[in-house]
Design a protein around this ligand. Structure first.
Ligand code: GLN
Length: 546
């Protein structure tokens, strides 16, 4: 039967709880345990799909088509366990389901309340689908004391009683700030945060204390004393050089050993951390450096492109080079094609990447970036919207289709990219109304693609059929295949029915690939995605030319 590790956070947000959960899971996995990580989000959105990337960072998509919190991306990158719909729940989803049941009359006249109805739904979610697992890590979003997270904390409290102490452990992450005027690290915020948690009925077993310098023994002992935990269970968490150094750092501080001890497990096998040492060796001792220009819209907030950033790092790990990312606002390039402005920005780049995105803003600049990469033979990688813009660019500037555009930006004389309202999914034909809801109505999740025999894509993947994750509403219109291919833009990956273009490439270019899906979502540091590995390899070649 699975054991449960409940992870809460106190004092402030952004303490790296998600990374801690992912690292702990990776460490347990390295000891041979089977793990799964779940995220409980207290906000009232049903899922983050409709939230602005500025609000919430990237929306992470699972194979089974869920739009989830970006922490699920960390979980999958650190453990290699594919995240699922059933690994992320929000208050919005809980309430939606409860209200639907109430309307159906399923509660048989009962008064529907937070306790027990909401807490029961949360508990059911926590324990569902956990057969065959050794540990389920449940990360509660937000900060202890928030109104919104109370039902989740209460559900954990109940679960600890129902499952028993031998099957549940509580890990609480807090901040130990350094106060310059006093010249000291202060433990009081941690004490207060643990007091809040215990007042809700949960005594933490392990405390993870974020601090910006060594936590002296004295402070450690003080935290242990006031917070009612063993001194060894006070785990300092200093900033790491790279997120991939975090698992090793936590292991060094004894996090996994303390969690196991809290479960009463003293004889667990030592972890095999070889893969993590190798990743860190490659990151810390690169043999070169490449600069990739990412031309996008949300460049002020790197969290909006979290998986992309990581996948580029993974491409660097695979090639033993450091990848520097230059975030370039696509709007910089608008109307500047002839004045040298775009060249000044893009010439120093060893690779140009146009990522996914929504809406017209910045699209002209993205199209100009595609053109620059094509004309100057700079490695180009277009992802989702980036592939769509590559097709519009090819249609306009190579195939002479001057009215080529995406209907996402308004009516188009030549809809090279158009809205799809029907496609084949795993459950048969999927239909959407053109003016339907925005939430959860895109082509979402894993879809297969067939790769053409002698294509670059096939060589990169080393396979003829692939499955990749999607999140988009528009598609490149396959009816433009002929004129585009005649002008060098080959449709090398298609949906099995041949209707939906999945990959385009330019065989006469050193490296020019556009993909309709999001390969970055499946890349891992110990298993870099083949497209990112190959793109960075091309950037390394480019760096030797310039
Ligand atoms: N906006 C485009 C669409 O909906 C691309 C989406 C994306 O890049 N994820 O099809």
């Amino acid at each position: 039967m699975a054991r449960f590790i409940f992870i809460t956070g106190g004092v402030v947000s952004s303490l790296g709880k998600g990374l801690m959960a992912a690292s702990l899971a990776a460490l347990l996995q390295a000891r041979g345990f089977r793990v799964r990580i779940r995220k409980f989000d207290p906000y009232l959105n049903v899922d983050p799909g409709t939230m602005s990337p500025y609000q919430h960072g990237e929306v992470y998509v699972t194979d089974d088509g869920a739009e989830t919190d970006l922490d699920l991306g960390h979980y999958e990158r650190f453990t290699g366990v594919p995240a699922r719909q059933s690994d992320n729940i929000t208050s919005g989803r809980v309430y939606r389901d409860i209200i639907a049941k109430e309307r159906r009359g399923d509660y048989l006249g009962a008064t529907v309340q937070v306790i027990p109805h909401v807490t029961n739904a949360i508990k059911e979610f926590a324990v569902a689908d956990t057969d065959g697992l050794d540990f389920v890590l449940c990360e509660i979003g937000g900060t202890v004391g928030d109104i919104e997270s109370l039902p989740f904390i209460e559900a954990i409290r109940q679960l600890r009683n129902e499952l028993g102490r031998a099957r549940t452990v509580s890990v609480h992450t807090t901040l130990v700030p350094y106060i310059a005027a006093a010249g000291e690290l202060k433990t009081k915020p941690t004490q207060h945060s643990v007091r809040d948690l215990t007042s809700l009925g949960i005594q933490p077993d392990v405390l993870v204390c974020r601090c910006d310098r060594e936590l002296p023994q004295g402070e450690r002992a003080k935290i242990a004393l006031f917070c009612n935990v063993a001194p060894a269970a006070v785990i300092p968490a200093l900033d790491a050089k790279s997120i991939y150094a975090v698992p090793l750092q936590y292991h060094g501080e004894g996090l996994d050993a303390e969690v196991l001890r809290a479960f009463g497990i003293e004889d667990a096998p030592a972890p095999d951390l070889e893969a993590w040492y190798d990743i860190n060796d490659r990151l810390q001792n690169p043999e070169g450096e490449v600069t990739i220009g990412v031309v996008g819209k949300y460049v002020g907030l790197p969290d909006a492109y979290k998986s992309l950033t990581e996948a580029l790092v993974h491409g660097g790990i695979a090639n033993r080079v450091r990848v520097k990312i230059r975030w370039l606002d696509a709007e910089l390039f608008e109307g500047s094609a002839d004045d040298g402005g775009i060249a000044a920005h893009l010439e120093p780049m060893h690779g140009i990447l146009v990522p996914g995105g929504f809406g017209e803003r910045g699209s002209a600049g993205k199209i100009e970036s595609v053109r620059f990469a094509r004309e100057r033979a700079v490695p180009f990688f277009g992802i989702c919207l980036g592939m769509q813009m590559a097709c519009v660019e090819g249609a306009r500037n190579m195939a002479g289709i001057s009215g080529a555009a995406s209907t996402e930006f308004g009516e188009a004389a030549e809809p090279v990219v158009g809205l799809i309202t029907e496609w084949m999914g795993a459950e048969g034909l999927q239909r959407r109304a053109a003016n339907g809801d925005l939430g959860g109505t895109m082509r979402l999740g894993a879809y297969p693609a067939e790769l053409a025999g002698n294509s670059h894509a096939r060589a990169i993947y080393g396979a003829s059929s692939i499955s990749e994750r999607h999140r988009h509403r528009y598609e490149v219109n396959v009816h433009y295949r002929e004129p585009l291919e005649r002008h060098g833009l080959v449709f090398s990956g298609l949906s099995p029915d041949g209707e939906l273009p999945e990959i385009v490439e330019r065989p006469d270019h050193p490296w020019f690939v556009g993909v309709q899906f999001h390969p970055e979502l499946k890349s891992k540091p110990f298993d870099p995605h083949p497209l990112f590995k190959s793109f960075i390899e091309a950037a390394v070649r480019q760096s030797r030319l310039v």
